[in-house]
Design a protein around this ligand. Structure first.
Ligand code: ATP
Length: 134
């Protein structure tokens, strides 16, 4: 397949990836979807977790949090609150974030925002899984 997609993953503070890819697969809030060159225009909310893409047949993974995907022509733009490529995930940091979130959820103190603690736990678990699946 000759045609490729220009994939850009952007967060408020940096460009995480800008690369020609063959395929993108994402977990949307309303279901999983795959994008090949020639896809119809699309705007979708992404679930926090894994975003996969293929470069010359090699599958690669990234973590995205709080993201949107926009497909227009042969450009796929991911706008996320935070994102890291699998190789750039700091495993120790994710483990620490997981243990902080677990402690907050265990103690269930009144001043702890449970939804926030659960979201933090989910980000940490997803980062650990994505790091381990490299
Ligand atoms: P932490 O409590 O460790 O900050 P978090 O889930 O609250 O984790 P985010 O708000 O998603 O962190 O991200 C804040 C910034 O830190 C972003 O730039 C993100 O890419 C980076 N970041 C967070 N955790 C990691 C990690 N485990 N490895 C690499 N970068 C990380």
């Amino acid at each position: 397949m000759d045609k490729t997609l220009q994939l850009d993953i952007v967060t408020p503070d940096r460009i995480v990836l800008s690369e020609q890819v063959d395929y993108v697969s994402a977990h949307g809030a309303e279901g999983d979807f795959g994008i090949l060159p020639g896809h119809v225009p699309l705007l979708a909310v992404l679930s926090t977790g894994i975003l996969s893409y293929t470069v010359k047949g090699n599958r690669k993974n990234a973590f995205v949090s709080g993201g949107f995907a926009e497909v227009h022509g042969d450009r796929v733009t991911i706008l996320a609150e935070s994102s890291e490529l699998a190789d750039n995930i700091d495993l120790a940091r994710a483990r620490e974030a997981l243990s902080r979130a677990e402690k907050r959820l265990e103690h269930q103190e009144e001043n702890v925002n449970m939804e926030r603690a659960k979201a933090s736990l989910h980000r940490a678990v997803m980062r650990i899984n994505i790091y381990n699946s490299r």
